[in-house]
Every structure is written in C-alpha cells, then in structure tokens.
Design a protein around this ligand. Structure first.
Ligand code: ATP
Length: 887
C-alpha cells in the first residue's frame, strides 16, 4: 500500500499508524519507532571517520612523491634519511589531521544548530522537536513559514497553501485539502491531500500524519538518485587552488633548474633529486585551501558564541565586505517589547494608570482586547504578537478582562492581519447582528471610517484632525494603531473584507512605545565608522521610523528623507537607484518590495546584508549578498534562504559578525603571508647559493623539517589572532579584491629574499671563517627567521610591542615550542645524526639569532612605512567619504 496514502482516508490511516490525531504518539512509542525507521534525515555524503580523515592526509600527490623519495633513499642505503622522511611525513599528517578534524567538528556542530525543527503533538502536548526525530505516526502541526518536515497525509487544514517548487519545480503555490483523491495516477503535484518533506507552507495552517520519513520520503527518493558530491569550496578556496596550480608549475621549474645546476657543478645526482623533491614538496602551497577551510570553520564556530550562526561557510569570508546593512526595525533595532503610552479618543487623551471614566476610551480598550489574538499564560504573562500583547495588557490593567469580554462576545469570524493590509478585523455577536472590530495602522483604518463613535450615537469625524493626531504621536517614535467598529447583519458573517471593513466608526487611537535595543545605537555607530551604511526598512509609519532612526543615529536630523512603500511602488528602477544612495529609512514597505531595494543598492556597487523573518522576505534574503534571518522570531523559509541566522534577532549581532568576518579574512591573509614568505625564503636560498658559488646550503631533511613541521604550528596559531585594533575603522574590503592586494606579493618576494639573503650571508661568513657548522647554522637561521617573521606579521600595521607578546598566547606557545624543537635537533645527541646537525657554540647561535632579528626588524620597518603612508593618505582623504565599490 505504500505511496498510496493520498487514496486513503486520513483517520483510517491514523488508526493504521496506531495514533489518535488529537493526542499524537507518546514519547516511548516515538522512541521505539525511531529505532525501527531511523532518523528523519536525507543522508548526504557520510561524515568522514577519523581514520578516513587521517588516510586523506596521505592522498596528496606531493606526499606520495615524498614517500617515493623515502623508498629511493632506502634502496640506495640511506636508511636514516628514509626514516627521517617517514617521521616527518607522519608528523605532517598528524598536524593536517588535527586541522581537518577540528574543522569537521566545528562544521558538524554548526549543522546541528542549523537543523530544522518541527512542531508535533506528543501525548496531547504541542512540542518543538528536531525534525530528525520525527517518526511515522507523528502528528505534525504546520503554519505559514514552516518547512514541511516529513511526508504528511493532511488531516485538517485552514487555508493551507504549499510552495512545492523545491520538489516539483512548479512555482505557483498549491491549495491543499484533506479529502480522499480518486485516481491512482496522480503526480506528486496533484496529491492535494499530502504535504511533502522539503516543501514549505506559504499560507494558512494545517495538521498532518507523518507517513514517511528520511530517505523513504519523496524528497529522499529524489536525493537518492542524485550525485551527492556537493561542491563545498568557497570562492576564496577556488581562487587559491587555481593560484596554487600556477605557482606549482613555477616552483617545479625552479626545482628542475636547481637540480640541473647542482648536477653540473658536480653534486651527487641522488642528493640533488632529493633536494629538488623536498623543495617542491615544501614550497608548493597545496595545503592553502585546506587551511582556509580550517580558519573559516573555526571562525564560524566562534561566531555562534556571539549569536551569529553561519549557514554557508563562504559567507564567513564575504561578511567582511558588507558595505550596507538593511535591517528591519521591530525586534532587530528595537526591543519588540511594546508598551502602551497613550490613548487618544474623541479629542481626549488618557494615559495608562489614570482612572478610566470616559466611555469612548473604555470602548477603545474593549475593541483592542477583542480584536486581539494574544493569550494569557499561566504566570499572568501575555503570549503572542508584541503589538497585541501590549494592547491586551493595557486593557487588563484598566480592569477589562479579555477572557470575560470574549465569553460575552465570542469571535465568530475574522479577517486576519497581514503586512500588506496593515489591519485586521474580528466579528462578534451583537444584539441581533454582529459587531465588527477593526484595528490597524491609521492610514489603513482611517480612510475606512466615516464617523466618530460615541456611546450615545456616532457623530461626524474630522478625519484630518485624527490623522494629524496620529502623525504627532508617530513623530515621537510611537507606533500608532487606530481602532474602529461597525454593526452589521448576521448574514454578513462570511462577507469579504471590502464589504465588512467600510463605513466604520473610529473609536480611538492607541500609541505604543517600542524602545530601541540598548546596544543598537553603539552598533550603528560602529557601522558608520567602518564605512558601512545602516539602512532601516520597516512596515511601520514613516514618522515613527524616522524618530527611531534618529534616536539610533541612522539618520542625522529629523528632516532626513524617508521613502515610503507607496512612493517606492511609483518609482521605476532607475529612479529608485538615484534615490537609494542617500535614503536610510524606508517605511510602510511591504516585504515584497525589499528585493527592489536590494537590487537598487547592488546596482550602485553596494555589498548588501539584509534581514528578514517572514515568508515574503525569502526572495530578498536570497538576492542579498548576505541574507540574515531571525533565529527566534523568523520562519523556516526565511532561515532556509539566509546565509546568516541571528540567534538573538539583534542588529548588533550583524555588526559583530561583520567584525568577525573581517578578522577571519585578515587572519587568512596573515597565514598566506607567513607561509608563502617562508617558502619564498627557502627557494631563494637554494636557488641563489649555486649562483653565488656556495655549496648546497640545506639538506632535504632540513627543508622538510622546516616546512612540514615547524611551519605548521605557528601558522595555525594565527587563527587565534585577535582582531586588529582599527578593524572597524577602515572601509569594507571590495568583495573581489585579490587576496594578495596591499603589497602582499611584494612582501612575499622581498622578505623572502631577505630570509634567503641572511641564510646565505651566514653560510658565506661561516665558510670564510672556517666554521665547520655552517650547515647547521643555515638550518637554524631559516627556522629562527620564520619565527621572527611570524611574530612581526601578527598585525598588518601595528608594531608587535604595542600588540603585546601575550595577546596571542597560542602563537607565542607555538613559537616557543618550535624554538625548543629546533634546539633539540641541534643539541640532542640522538637527533644529530638524523638531522645531520652539530651542536653550535654560543657565538654561532648568537649569530643565528641576530640574523633572525634582522628579518624581524625589516618586517617591522615595512609596517612602519605602511602606517606612515596610511596616515598621509588619511590626511588627504579626510573629506572624502568612504565609498566602497564592488569591482
Ligand atoms: P518591521 O518591518 O520593522 O519588522 P513592523 O513589524 O512594524 O515592521 P508589520 O508587522 O508589517 O511591520 O506592521 C505594519 C503595520 O501594521 C504596523 O505599523 C501597525 O500599524 C500595523 N500592525 C502591526 N501589527 C498589527 C496587528 N497585530 N494588528 C493590526 N495592525 C497591526
């Protein structure tokens, strides 16, 4: 009978699944079924086991070459070399494994956090559980914005519409029903009494019986057919990989040259082959993309600690380029803790706390309580939409008991709120007819009113005066709602909105305050300093929006331009583009218009982050460069479309994530700077020595040791480098800027040349003065110079002494450990034959340290020069605003 659920009656199916649709399964039964059916997951590429991860480390071509070299050394009798190479390869694999494992774990933890949830009925209680824990027989509750968590046979629905495009490619939403379908033939898109995993509820709500989970769902079947090799690499990784390939060719050519010159000069061909191979292995940056993953994954994990959940790894690297943040107002910039401040009814004001004597004011509160979906929880707290809980609380405080009012005048029908209409109405029995209570934005409700309600009969309404009153309250940053009523005949109960919501009598206006989040103003200030434009997009009134924007510092004066949804609708794209450069506040915008704002900003070269929480926000989130969804208040659809989820729905978190994105990108650059300069130093050393008539300065084992072991630890510790001091005082990085921008190339070449030069100078001096330990000295200079270098490049501009040695303890530890290891290779007798080293005396060691110090000073001098240039540049650019461009 499988897959014929649509032909069966829902309650009969529920019986067959052993479940009462009103109660759901109990936990014990659900656990049993989970054992039988497995988790409700589409199993993608299996997680790599630790062993597989470890083996992966040996799959690299260059490592295979090295293993080949080890065998060759063994065959020609150099067993010590063989052993040494093997140990180094092993150590390198361990370092690589630890990196990969940490990255894997960080990513797995993120995936877990981002996992979908579902609302189910278990033992009669509504519960939110991870969607993976659903089992056949579960009763799932769906609401607009939810992702369907499993295949469901619908039992009960209310205007449920489902977007099935993810499964069928059909972009129109489908109206569902619960009846039995007649024919067996129906395609997925025709099974109107089913809801399929992976599709989303676009409207209404519903209840369904889980009939299939995981790979047994229709989505699972499709996924099973697909090639699961998903390309997870980030743009940066791809660029680095492509760059690495080109560089590899250059390095191979240089290695070949070094080999040829060496052999021509009479060196042993075997030694020269090993030297060339070691250099190739060491200097080809094939591990760069992997290191980038580690840095991004660790960064993403850190961001979770700051309440920013990254859903797509590449976003970590692009966050730093954000140049405009478009944010919702309510809940993101404000606390979404509404509180009633003022009621204005029939020309008189009333404030909460004052005695309620006026019948019009009383009727305002009664309507506010009746036309209201908030419910009272056990400890006297109101649950529901904050606007409505504030109104319910206001009525309750004035002595109007919402549940008593509802018992007296139960709701018999409603016209629900939506962000486009900006109002809602409820219908209640009233004498022989019905009472319509309407509440909504003043511009939405007042045009429908033609009188002012009074207890003793309606009087004429001065609509302009009422509108002006609403404006005055809005200009103080208050959210104003208008309440109106009308009596209709019982027969009108199912009538349309345009029939019911007309000829209303205005009762009064209520003004609510939604205070800004305390941290929002500072975050806005940070944005401005960082060359990022904050933009507020809200469904609220223009005057309210402007007042809040002013309080937060988004705009500078109370005359600032506010663009409304209405004027936006009248503008064509070119006109919008001309305006959106300077407009910072958009009001009375409906979510569908957000996408036009994103596009207009992008066409100006802005790199846009955009927040959203509703179903209608998803297209704009997808269009934005960084879509930001709300973790608390948002819908699954918005989260699915976003690349960043704010776990605390807070604007300041976006700014913190941008800062973190900048830090991570900086650290990736630092790693590249460090690793490539080291490689360049070795290449220069080995390449120039024969040109200067010097013997080969380093043995293969030295090259491998420096590169595969001592380099790795400090490089990784760069991930822990804290954000640079001025990180939020510089303009955003253009998204397509090369990783090597800002003189990184020159640094790699010239500091590399300096490292090589120091090695060769020490070698030449030692040879000239008859020091037998010249090779050990070169080996030591190379390691020490790299340690000095890594300390100097911790900041792109600040000197180390101002940063403080202890501000990156992992790096300090790695450098000290490397130093200790290096001294061990020189002074520990059993290691000396392996590394072909000899103990240096104090003077020789001192010279090595001095050579390394030269490298350190040169790197510091370069930073000082860059600082000076920046200050001069800043002087000149003082009046020019930062205008980041997308290149
Ligand atoms: P943001 O986009 O900043 O989150 P918002 O939450 O103010 O804005 P909407 O929820 O779209 O935007 O509300 C738009 C307007 O609709 C509000 O300014 C208010 O006037 C009105 N409104 C909001 N909630 C209700 C409600 N429950 N009943 C009636 N009217 C409402």
């Amino acid at each position: 009978m499988r897959a014929h659920w649509h032909l069966r009656e829902a309650h009969e199916l529920a019986r067959e699944h052993g479940v009462d649709p009103a109660l759901g399964l109990d936990e014990a039964e659900a656990a049993l079924r989970a054992l039988k059916h497995g988790t409700n997951e589409i199993t993608g590429a299996a997680r790599r086991t630790p062993v597989a991860l470890l083996l992966d480390q040996f799959k690299d071509f260059m490592i295979l070459v090295l293993l080949g070299a080890a065998v060759v050394s063994g065959v020609i009798g150099e067993l010590v070399d063989t052993l040494a190479i093997l140990v180094i390869v092993l150590l390198n694999a361990v370092i690589g494994f630890v990196q990969a494992w940490r990255a894997d774990r960080a990513l797995a933890a993120l995936q877990q956090l981002a996992a979908a949830r579902a609302t189910v009925l278990r033992s009669g209680q509504r519960q939110v559980v991870p969607a993976a824990r659903l089992v056949p027989g579960d009763i799932v509750l769906l609401e607009a914005g939810n992702q369907v968590p499993a295949d469901l046979r619908l039992i009960e629905i209310a205007q449920l519409k489902i977007d099935e495009s993810a499964l069928t490619g059909e972009s129109v939403t489908v109206d569902k029903h619960t009846g039995v379908l007649a024919e067996a033939a129906s395609a997925l898109g025709d099974r109107l009494n089913m809801a399929f995993k992976g599709t989303t509820a676009a409207h209404g709500r519903g209840t369904g019986l889980v009939v299939a989970t995981g790979m047994a769902t229709e989505l699972g079947k499709v996924a099973g057919l697909l090639d699961r090799a998903v390309d997870l690499s980030t743009p940066l990784q791809k660029r680095l990989a492509a760059f690495g390939k080109r560089l590899a060719l250059v390095v191979l050519a240089i290695c070949a040259l070094i080999f040829v010159i060496g052999v021509l000069r009479g060196e042993s061909p075997v030694l020269m082959i090993l030297t060339a191979v070691s250099l190739a292995v060491a200097a080809i940056p094939e591990s760069l993309p992997a290191v980038v993953t580690v840095l991004l994954a660790l960064g993403a994990r850190r961001m979770v600690g700051q309440n920013a959940l990254v859903r797509r790894l590449p976003s970590v690297e692009t966050l730093g380029s954000v140049s405009t943040i478009c944010s919702d107002k309510t809940g993101t910039l404000t606390q979404n803790r509404m509180q009633a401040e003022l009621v204005h009814a029939d020309g008189r004001a009333w404030r909460p706390g004052e005695p309620l004597a006026d019948p019009v004011q009383r009727e305002t509160l009664r309507a506010a309580a009746l036309c209201n979906d908030a419910v009272l929880g056990e400890e006297g707290r109101w649950f529901g939409d904050p606007t409505e809980t504030a109104l319910a609380a206001l009525a309750a405080d004035a002595g109007l008991d919402k549940s008593a009012l509802e018992a007296e005048s139960p709701r018999v029908a409603e016209l629900p709120f939506d962000a486009v209409r900006k109002r809602m109405s409820t219908l209640h029995p009233h004498g022989t007819g019905l009472l319509v209570c309407t509440k909504g934005a003043p511009e939405s409700v007042l045009p429908l009113c033609d009188s002012q309600w009074r207890a003793d009969g309606a009087v004429a309404l001065d609509r302009d005066a009422a509108m002006a009153q609403a404006e005055t309250m809005a200009a103080q940053g208050l959210r104003v709602l208008a309440l109106a009523r009308r009596e209709v005949a019982r027969a009108d109960v199912g009538a349309d909105a345009h029939v019911l919501e007309q000829g209303l009598a205005l009762i009064g206006l209520v003004a609510l305050i939604d205070p800004p989040r305390p941290e929002a103003a500072a975050a806005v200030h940070d944005c401005l300093g960082a060359g990022i434009t904050p933009v507020m997009i809200t469904g609220d009134h223009p005057a309210t929006a402007r007042a809040i924007a002013l309080r937060l510092g988004i705009v500078g004066d109370d005359k600032a331009a506010v663009l409304t949804g209405q004027s936006l609708a009248e503008m064509d794209d070119a006109a919008l583009r001309a305006r959106c450069g300077e407009v910072r506040v958009y009001a009375r915008v409906d979510p569908a218009q957000k996408i036009r704002i994103v596009q207009a900003l992008q066409s100006l070269g802005r790199f846009v982050a955009m927040t959203g929480d509703g179903v209608n926000d998803a297209p704009a989130l997808r269009q934005a460069d960084i879509g930001v969804a709300m973790g608390r208040g948002g819908t699954d659809v918005a989260r699915e479309a976003a690349s960043l989820v704010l776990l605390d729905d807070n604007f300041a978190t976006i700014v913190a994530a941008v800062r973190e994105g900048r830090r991570i990108y900086d650290n990736i650059r630092k790693f590249v700077r460090y690793a490539m300069t080291g490689n360049s130093g070795e290449i220069w050393t080995l390449f120039l020595a024969p040109m200067l008539g010097l013997p080969i300065p380093l043995l293969p084992i030295h090259i491998l040791w420096v590169n595969l072991v001592t380099d790795g630890l400090p490089g990784l510790a760069l991930a822990a480098e804290p954000a640079e001091r001025g990180i939020m005082r510089r303009p955003p990085r253009p998204p397509v800027e090369s990783l090597f921008a800002g003189g990184l190339w020159q640094h790699v070449l010239f500091i590399g040349l300096l490292i090589g030069g120091m090695c060769l100078a020490v070698q030449a001096w030692a040879l000239a003065t008859g020091h037998a330990h010249w090779q050990t000295m070169v080996f030591t200079v190379l390691t020490l110079a790299q340690m000095a270098h890594v300390m100097a490049i911790r900041s792109e501009s600040e000197p180390l002494w101002r940063q403080g040695l202890a501000s990156n303890r992992p790096l300090l530890g790695a450098v000290l450990l490397t130093l200790a290891l290096q001294l061990a290779t020189i002074y520990v007798p059993v290691l000396q034959p392996i590394f072909k080293t000899e103990a240096l005396d104090l003077a020789e060691l001192g010279i090595c340290f001095a050579a390394a110090a030269v490298v350190y000073l040169a790197a510091e001098a370069e930073k000082a020069w860059r600082r000076g240039r920046k200050e001069r540049g800043a002087d000149m650019a003082l009046d020019t605003p930062v205008s980041p461009t997308r290149m």
